[in-house]
Design a protein around this ligand. Structure first.
Ligand SMILES: [Zn+2]
Length: 326
């Protein structure tokens, strides 16, 4: 059991404070003691000796208090050593209180803070590099798929090169169809967003994400600056929240556990901010040509807007063209 972490700037700061406080007491206490004892002696000289025993007792108490204050660091150390020895095998005796107390200084706090900052910066940098590697990997995969499409001279613009089952009970792709588990609990988003199969920028299912990006590229080429929701895989809890929020509008949000957003294979197109026409809520094909283009071209990229004619019309909700349960 390690009780002290002398490499933690917070702990060291507290020890520095304690040290300053104790030094102050240790410095001033003997002076106070001498003054007090002298005053007592003087008083007795003036008033005559009343009770020698009482004076002795008082003086003894004061000297004892002084000695105890001097011994505080040693006492703390002793107590901590006793506690530490509960688990002798793992206790680090070089990190005991007396060593820490001796070493503690404002300079050490500063040094430790600098070290901590360097470590954090290094971690951030590593994370950033990691993300770049992931992004490059999927960009390469997407390009390879596009190349395969061009070589095949096929008139559809999507080609799936993989038929992998990303995880047991998960979503997988075979011959252009996405298979989702039947009777799923709905808690399908990978708990770690960097899980294999979902490690693209926002945590969509990778194969779906590739199709979205291909559609987006083509839309931009055609002059429509579209974008998709950054919410890649919607958590079960979020679906519960949306289901309750839209309870009065049937069809507006799927029953928790059944939404394709919860599998990372559905997205919502942002028609407000990113479309060149800045289509509003009352958009039509004539005042929002970007939407018209996307609705007409999604199929070429293996995508579909399944809720265009639903009870609650969602012209923004996009999914893979073929989804089956297994
Ligand atoms: Zn949606």
């Amino acid at each position: 059991m390690q009780l002290l972490f002398c490499d933690d700037p917070g702990v060291v700061s507290v020890i520095v404070l304690l040290k300053t406080f104790l030094n102050l007491i240790r410095f001033s206490l003997p002076i106070i003691l001498i003054i007090k004892v002298s005053l007592d002696l003087y008083k007795n000289m003036i008033n005559g000796v009343d009770d020698k025993g009482e004076i002795k007792k008082k003086t003894f108490e004061r000297i004892t208090a002084c000695i105890i204050v001097f011994l505080v660091p040693s006492i703390i150390n002793l107590v901590l050593t006793i506690f530490s020895s509960i688990d002798i095998d793992t206790s680090d005796y070089t990190d005991n209180f007396s060593v820490c107390y001796k070493e503690a200084s404002r300079d050490l706090v500063k040094k430790l803070k600098e070290q901590q900052e360097l470590k954090l910066n290094a971690e951030e940098e590593k994370k950033r590099e990691n993300n770049l590697v992931i992004a490059a990997k999927y960009e390469a995969l997407r390009k390879a798929q596009n190349e395969a499409k061009n070589n095949n001279n096929n008139n559809t613009s999507y080609h799936d090169t993989k038929t992998n089952l990303t995880k047991l009970g998960g979503v997988y792709l075979e011959n252009g169809t996405f298979y989702i588990p039947n009777g799923a609990s709905g808690k399908n988003c990978p708990s770690n967003p960097l899980n294999e199969g979902y490690n693209n920028k926002f945590g969509y299912h990778n194969e779906f994400w590739i199709r979205l990006q291909n559609l987006k590229d083509a839309a931009i080429k055609a002059g429509y600056n579209i974008d998709f929701s950054t919410q890649g895989c919607r958590s079960y809890d979020n679906q519960v929240y949306l289901y309750k929020k839209y309870a009065s509008t049937p069809g507006r949000a799927a029953k928790p556990g059944t939404s394709r957003h919860g599998f990372g294979i559905a997205s919502d197109v942002d028609f407000y901010k990113n479309s060149t026409t800045k289509c509003g809520a009352n958009r039509t094909y004539s005042n929002c040509p970007g939407m018209k283009w996307i609705h007409e071209n999604a199929n070429r990229f293996g995508l579909v807007f399944p809720l265009l004619n639903a009870g609650y019309k969602e012209d923004w909700h996009i999914e893979p063209i073929s989804i089956k349960k297994y």
